[in-house]
Design a protein around this ligand. Sequence first.
Ligand code: PGA
Length: 266
Amino acid sequence: MNADIRQKFVVGNWKMHTTAVQARQLAQGVIDSVGSDDHLTVIVCSPFPYLAMVADILKCSQVALGAQNMYPEAEGAFTGEVSPTMSLDIGCSYVILGHSERRHTLGESDRFINQKVVCALAAGLNVILCVGETLEERTSQRTERALDRQLSCGLTGIPAEALLRLGIAYEPVWAIGNDEHHATAEQAQEAHLLIRRKLAQIYGEAWATRITVQYGGSVVPANAAAFLAESEIDGVLIGGASLNAREFLQIITAAKCAPRAVMLPA
Ligand code: PGA
């Protein structure tokens, strides 16, 4: 049986941070020292107004560009929204969907997120689909139920072949940008195992081993290696620490040194 290894991902989500000058410096700082690694994908997701400028800086580098959101239509009367075709047009190859801040602060439903996943993949973008339980769900033992619901709704209508362009990010809501509540690498590994089990239920064992599942939630240089050493953690989605090129690069170095998981042929 042919075995291949799963790619590792390091994704910087700049959220609603940076000025144009800072975004330029940050992107330049990352590409100046990132180096290359065939088994590592580095992505930065800048705010919409700076995407085109950042795309220009990343142009000849190994670093890919992602959007932080999109509207699930190619074009139309949707004031203030950005379509996947527009993001592709200016150089994005990825989009983050279902981020907890969009689910919980902006009230996006599982169904709406699914529409975005379907539309993004159809348009040609690669998708990072975020899932994760709230503190209340975790303390009332409903983590698995929350992940199951977000995955089955989020992936409705997505055929197995499309999974080659889709990764999951497990981001427990209680651990994002939070100095008090940190997930341990073991807690993250446990949740990743639940996610992979659910993916196996939907798509079968072999496909489930092919999907990358990243971890996100207060990942910093000091804890990145511990998360990345876990067999089910295929990368990290970084918020705060991605705003500092030096810290982001330290996390990239940790990812380069991390073990890779084997995937089964589909
Ligand atoms: P954080 O954000 O690293 O600041 O916790 C992660 C995220 O929201 O993607």
